[in-house]
Design a protein around this ligand. Structure first.
Ligand SMILES: *Cc1c(COP(=O)(O)O)cnc(C)c1O
Length: 421
C-alpha cells in the first residue's frame, strides 16, 4: 500500500503518523486514505473516458458515508444490495439515478423505495422477482428499468465463498434459461427491459474470466435482440482482485481496455452502454486496521501477540482464511519472533494473522493492511465489543468519519423485563 510507508522508522498513513492517530482516536481504528480511494476509482474513470460507461462502486465493500461521498463527488455510480445502502447513497449526497440495485432477495419495501427514488436499474435475479417488480411498478404507475442477471457459468478461479458465476451458485438466471426469462420480462407491462448483467466472483486476478463473461453476454444479447427485445446496456459486475499477498491482478486500466476491445470486435458490442460494479478494487488497498498489542503470550508450541482488534472487527481471516499483511508501526532492531496475531474474543477462530515474523514489545501498534474492503462492513458486536472508529486521512490531516461505538449504545435498543410479581 503506497500510501502507508515508513519515515524515520515510523509508519505513516499518507503524511500522518499512525501513532498519532492511535493517540487521538484510540484503537482498534480503521484508517482510510482519501488519495488511495480516489486514485483507484480514477484509474477506472480514466480508462472509461470516451466510452459510454458508468463505473459503479459496490457499496457493500465499505459503506462509510465519507467513502461514498468521496466517490459520489468523483462521479461514480453505485451498486447497492439493500434499501439501507440506497439510503446511505442519498445521505452522502449521491444521485439515485446512478444507482443499480443488485441482490437475490429484494423485498417489496426495497422495490417500492428504489422505484420512488428513481434508481437507474434493477438487476433482477429470477422470474419471481420480475413478477414482483412489475406488480409494484404497476401499483405506483411506473415502468421499472430492469436488467437480468445471468449466470454465465464462468469459473473465476477464486475462493468458493466469493465465486458467484458458477451454475451451482444461488446468483443469477442460468444461461440456458435466460432467453425465456427475457421474453417473460418483455411481456410484462410495467417493466422496461434494458440490459444484461453478470457478476462472476470476487478477488479475480486474471482478465480471462471477464472476457469469457463478455463473450457469454454478447452471445445472449444476440439471441435476445433476435427475439425482438432491444437492449441498451451490458453490466459486467465487479470482482477485480487486489494485492493482499503478492497477487498480481491486471491493472484497472488493462481490464477495462480488454473489455472494451472485446466488445468492439463484436457487431453488437459497440452499441451498448457498459457498466461495472467494483468494490474491492476501489477501496480494498485504501484501508488498514490499526490495533495495539495487549499481551505477548508464550505457549510450548506457539507465541501469540494478543491485540485489541478481533474477529468481530475483521472477520475475513476467520471467514475465508484470508491473509492480511501486518506491519509494526514502529520499527525495532530486536530479533523478530514468529507470532500468531489474535484477538480477545472467546473463539479459536479469532485470529487476524498467523505465523508472522515481528519485532515488537507489549503496547506496540500494528497495522493490518488491505482492510478497506469487506472489513468494517462485516464487523459485529460479538462479545459486546463496540465497533471500531473510522478515520479518513487526507495528506497531513485526519478526519474522524465514524465514532467508536460505546458499550451503552450496544444495548440502547434492548428492554429490561417488567418488574417481578
Ligand atoms: C459484491 C458484488 C460486487 C462487488 O464485488 P467486488 O469483488 O468487491 O468488486 C459487484 N456486484 C455485485 C452484484 C456484487 O454482489
Amino acid at each position: 500500500m503506497q500510501w502507508c510507508q515508513y519515515r524515520d522508522g515510523q509508519l505513516l498513513a499518507e503524511d500522518v503518523p499512525l501513532a498519532e492517530l492511535a493517540a487521538e482516536f484510540g484503537t482498534p481504528t480503521y484508517v482510510y486514505s482519501k488519495a488511495a480511494i480516489l486514485a483507484a476509482y480514477g484509474e477506472f474513470a480514466d480508462a472509461a473516458r470516451g466510452h459510454d460507461t458508468l463505473v459503479c462502486y459496490a457499496l457493500k465493500a465499505n459503506a462509510n458515508l465519507a467513502v461514498i461521498e468521496l466517490l459520489a463527488r468523483a462521479g461514480a455510480g453505485f451498486d447497492i444490495v439493500s434499501i439501507g445502502e440506497l439510503m446511505r447513497v442519498q445521505a452522502a449526497g449521491g444521485d439515485p439515478a446512478k444507482v443499480v440495485f443488485s441482490g437475490v432477495g429484494k423485498s417489496k419495501a426495497d422495490i417500492r423505495a428504489a422505484l420512488a427514488a428513481g434508481v437507474r436499474c434493477f438487476n433482477v435475479e429470477s422470474e419471481a422477482e420480475l413478477r414482483r417488480i412489475d406488480a409494484i411498478a404497476g401499483e405506483m404507475g411506473r415502468r421499472a428499468p430492469v436488467s437480468l442477471r445471468v449466470n454465465p457459468d464462468v469459473d473465476a478461479g477464486t475462493h468458493p465463498y466469493i465465486s458467484t458465476g458458477l451454475r451451482e451458485n444461488k446468483f443469477g438466471i442460468a444461461h440456458e434459461r435466460a432467453l425465456a426469462a427475457f421474453q417473460f420480462a418483455a411481456s410484462l407491462e410495467h417493466l422496461d427491459v434494458q440490459g444484461i448483467d453478470c457478476h462472476i466472483g470476487s478477488q479475480i486476478t486474471e482478465i480471462a474470466p471477464f472476457l469469457a463473461a463478455v463473450d457469454k453476454l454478447l452471445e445472449l444479447a444476440t439471441r435476445v435482440e433476435a427475439a425482438g427485445i432491444a437492449l441498451s446496456h451490458l453490466d459486467f459486475g465487479g470482482g477485480l482482485g487486489i494485492d493482499y499477498q503478492g497477487e498480481v491482478p491486471p491493472s484497472r486500466r488493462a481490464l477495462l481496455e480488454a473489455v472494451f476491445e472485446r466488445l468492439a470486435a463484436h457487431p453488437l458490442g459497440r452499441r451498448y452502454a457498459v457498466m461495472f460494479e467494483f468494490g474491492r478494487a476501489i477501496v480494498g488497498n485504501a484501508g488498514l486496521l490499526l490495533t495495539r498489542i495487549e499481551y505477548l503470550k508464550s505457549t510450548p508450541v506457539k507465541q501469540f501477540a494478543i491485540v485489541d482488534a478481533a474477529m468481530n472487527d475483521l472477520l475475513r481471516p476467520a471467514l475465508y482464511d484470508a491473509w492480511h499483511a501486518v506491519r509494526p508501526v514502529v520499527r525495532r532492531a530486536e530479533e523478530p519472533v514468529v507470532y500468531d496475531v489474535v484477538g480477545p474474543v472467546c473463539e479459536s477462530g479469532d485470529w487476524l494473522a498467523r505465523e508472522r515474523s515481528l519485532s515488537v514489545v507489549v503496547g506496540d501498534l500494528l497495522a493490518i493492511e488491505s482492510a478497506g474492503a469487506y472489513a468494517m462492513v462485516m464487523s459485529s458486536n460479538y462479545n459486546a465489543r463496540p465497533r471500531a472508529a473510522e478515520v479518513l486521512v487526507d495528506g497531513d490531516r485526519a478526519l474522524l468519519v465514524r465514532e467508536r461505538e460505546t458499550p451503552e449504545s450496544l444495548y440502547a435498543l434492548e428492554r429490561r423485563l417488567p418488574p417481578p410479581g
